[in-house]
Design a protein around this ligand. Sequence first.
Ligand SMILES: Cc1cc2nc3c(=O)[nH]c(=O)nc-3n(C[C@H](O)[C@H](O)[C@H](O)COP(=O)(O)OP(=O)(O)OC[C@H]3O[C@@H](n4cnc5c(N)ncnc54)[C@H](O)[C@@H]3O)c2cc1C
Length: 377
Amino acid sequence: MNHFDAIVIGMGGVGSASLFHLARRGARVLGIDRFSAGHDRGSSHGQTRIIRQAYFEHASYVPLLQRAYQLWRELEEMVEESLYFPVGLLEVGPPQGVVVPGVLKAAREHNLEVETVDVAEIADRFPGFTVADGDHAIFEREAGYLRVEECVLAHLKAAAKYGAQQRFHETVVSWRCLGDGVEVSTDKATYSAGRLVIAAGAWANSLLRDLGHSLHVVRKHLHWYATSDQDYQQRDGAPTFFYEAAGGYFYGFPSRDNLGLKIAEHSGGELVADPLTVDRSVDPADQQRVETFLRTYLPQVTTTQMAHAVCLYTMSADEHFLLDHHPRHSQVAFAAGLSGHGFKFTSVLGEAMAQLILERRTDLPIDFLRLDRPTLR
Ligand SMILES: Cc1cc2nc3c(=O)[nH]c(=O)nc-3n(C[C@H](O)[C@H](O)[C@H](O)COP(=O)(O)OP(=O)(O)OC[C@H]3O[C@@H](n4cnc5c(N)ncnc54)[C@H](O)[C@@H]3O)c2cc1C
């Protein structure tokens, strides 16, 4: 039988969570993905993702993050697996920059605990990390990281427990509305459903062409470097970190296994014409920027590269998510343009998608991310 209450296109970060929340609400639901479960071709791979609450990008995200934290904890209990590691986050930057004032503003507005670290104490508190003259440092203890592939797999596993059907290695070629339902055609079959969630990550443009919002995809590199130094080991208390540095925004994760410390540049990125054919080789210029950052701020890390991966950011015009009903089809909802900072939210975005299409509304505060929003300040 090819009829469902709801279909979810894409079973990556948002799609796997949407599938779970729909199935948990009793919907007969089908998820479709062109790749395998927990694959490394989109935006939800590479071992880890930072999760934090004092959100410098915009303080309006904080209530969503608070709900996301609860949902990650619930998911951990459901699948009996550790997904979230609260190792803390060290954020560094100029006092008049973007990160430090943004973190302090979000913390003030939402009464979050963050600690302004005396820069003279950095060497003692966070050995192995340095701060440039004049920069400030903030520590968010309740921050840390999520194991990214395991989170996707956990949502899929939990969704399956509630009866969700999942088809991998099947590509959606088109969808259309029929009456108050939808029809979805893939390279293998045609399905119908009452409702549709589109969570296609880097492929959103091709499935949401008529929205009039162009999203652009950029290539991002992840690098792992060997470090024998105990200063960068998770087991010895090293935190995740995010620097607003002179050369750009850089972030990373303590060494948790023999791959070593993971580091990447958040700013920049080359435009990708087709996410299916992206060049996945090391970019020497990117590598050089990252190694310059390491030499300056984390000087004990070696430059022996242990691993490298390419991942995709899907950028909206203002770098904030687009979450809404389709403007002409209320039976269709989408999450798109997560702009390189969406993974930590995927638990709550799945809940939002499920509510938007089953109840046609949500109490979750996502209005500031709707399609026709005013400019975010
Ligand atoms: C290098 C890197 C570092 C990041 N770091 C962080 C971080 O520290 N913290 C954070 O919160 N966020 C971070 N992000 C961002 C975050 O990972 C993404 O915003 C998030 O994973 C996007 O999820 P998604 O569901 O939109 O996309 P995806 O997880 O890529 O899912 C989209 C899915 O749709 C499927 N699909 C697409 N089109 C079709 C089709 N036609 N038919 C069938 N299936 C289809 C794809 O195969 C894919 O599985 C990072 C991203 C990258 C790339």
